[in-house]
Ligand binder design. Structure first.
Ligand code: NAP
Length: 271
């Protein structure tokens, strides 16, 4: 059977996944997108050759997989217009926070998988946390894993509330990295480097340290200790951070993100 994948919402996340699908050989004819914004529709057509439509209609009847890539606050309304055409399909939601109980209720099907991706998916370096409802079969789960392969890695979780932790860690995580990058670039500039030089050094440092952590069997803690000789320059920097409780503040920040993910579920999941 030939696959027909329908995207509800044609923004950043949908574009990242469509890029991956096309790399895997999916043709534009196998993809439909429901996207109310005409500018976004034109962009999808220009980038992917996909004909996006403003509203859900009976052309979605043949969809085998529906990917929900809308903001959480519009999910329920979008679901009301899409559900009548897609009861036969497997549903994959990338919407932050919206719980599968709500999705199942709105769509009238138990074949639901939730995903929490992150923006490095745009360059094939993302990591996605996944949770499947009992109604999604092993084959459905494999289908989702295959779909996401070209956006990066993925990890399945056996309890849905762990996706709130994934949201706080890898979902929002790229922004934490950019935040540290901003601080390092600012400091480098203040200390006399050009902004361009400081930025180049910062980005290369993150890329290099990530590659080293990935290639090494040692934990980041060990890698850090190895470059922190007592009395040295790195030691001075780390001691300053420890004295100022940067670690504890950072952990607090992640708890705040998880709390917000939970709130989103409560806010947007109501009947
Ligand atoms: N970007 C990330 O890093 C990331 C990571 C993890 C999860 N997510 C989740 O992925 C979801 C999508 O994020 P995104 O960054 O792709 O957002 P986005 O770029 O804003 O894309 C969402 C698109 O959906 C469209 N839309 C609005 N109402 C619709 C409706 N009723 N039917 C169909 N389409 C509709 C929007 O059009 P208008 O602009 O006209 O409203 C917009 O083009 C969000 O729930 C987000 O939490 C994103």
């Amino acid at each position: 059977m030939s696959e027909h994948i329908a995207f509800i919402g044609g923004g950043n996340m949908a574009s990242a996944i469509i890029t991956g699908l096309q790399k895997q050989g999916t043709s534009p004819q196998q993809i439909s997108v429901v996207e109310p914004d005409p500018v976004a529709r034109d962009k999808l057509n220009a980038s992917f050759g996909v004909q996006a439509q403003a509203q859900a209609d009976a052309s979605l009847d043949t969809a085998t997989l529906v990917v929900w890539a809308v903001k959480p606050q519009v999910f329920k309304d979008a679901a009301a217009s899409v559900a009548p055409f897609t009861r036969q399909a497997l549903h994959l939601s990338v919407a932050a926070g919206v719980r599968s109980d709500s999705i199942t209720r709105w769509l009238g099907t138990e074949r639901v998988v939730r995903a929490m991706p992150n923006t490095p998916a745009l360059v094939g370096q993302g990591i996605t946390g996944l949770y499947a409802r009992a109604g999604a079969t092993q084959a459905d789960q494999q289908r989702v894993s295959d779909l996401l392969t070209s956006t990066g890695a993925s990890i399945w979780f056996d309890a849905e509330d762990k996706l709130d932790v994934v949201t706080a860690l890898s979902g929002s995580g790229p922004a934490y990295v950019f935040y540290f990058m901003e601080a390092m670039t600012t400091a480098g500039t203040e200390m006399g480097l050009s902004r361009e030089q400081a930025q180049q050094l910062t980005i290369a440092t993150f890329a290099g340290a990530s590659a080293l952590a990935q290639a090494s069997s040692d934990a980041p803690q060990v890698l850090r200790q190895r470059v922190t000789s007592k009395g040295g320059t790195t030691f001075a920097a780390i001691s300053s951070m420890e004295d100022n409780d940067v670690r504890a503040l950072f952990i607090d920040a992640m708890y705040a993100a998880r709390e917000r993910a939970k709130q989103l579920g409560d806010e947007f999941g109501a009947d």
